[in-house]
Design a protein around this ligand. Sequence first.
Ligand SMILES: [Cu+2]
Length: 138
Amino acid sequence: MVNRIITVAVYIFAAIGVLTSAYLIYDVSTEANGDDEAKSPAEFGIRNVDGLLMVANDNKFNGTNPDIRLATNTSKGLVILNAESDEHNFLIDDLGVNSGILKEGKYFNTTLTATKPGVYEYYCSLHQDDMRGRIVVQ
Ligand SMILES: [Cu+2]
């Protein structure tokens, strides 16, 4: 009986091991396809940004769609770069910002100014589920 339990336990551990290694192999192979190998902004000719640089890549802005922080009535420069082959745009409806369609390597230069504190939204209208974030004005 004890032997039987040990045998079953060994099989379970073996199965977990096989599944784990299969997962790892899958993970490595998807990485190796290189879809998310981002070019650096410098490769698109962007070296100095007076303000904030947001890079559209892998259907995200700067990887995590970070909050953009602004102080009321204080301007902040913003450059949106599309670093991948998918087209993107960048909109902030409340601040009247619209980059238009950006093809790979194209960038959009603007200055953000908000006169009222609050939380506004930025997004790409082509990938609204994945590419959206907040502008926090204090
Ligand atoms: Cu997009």
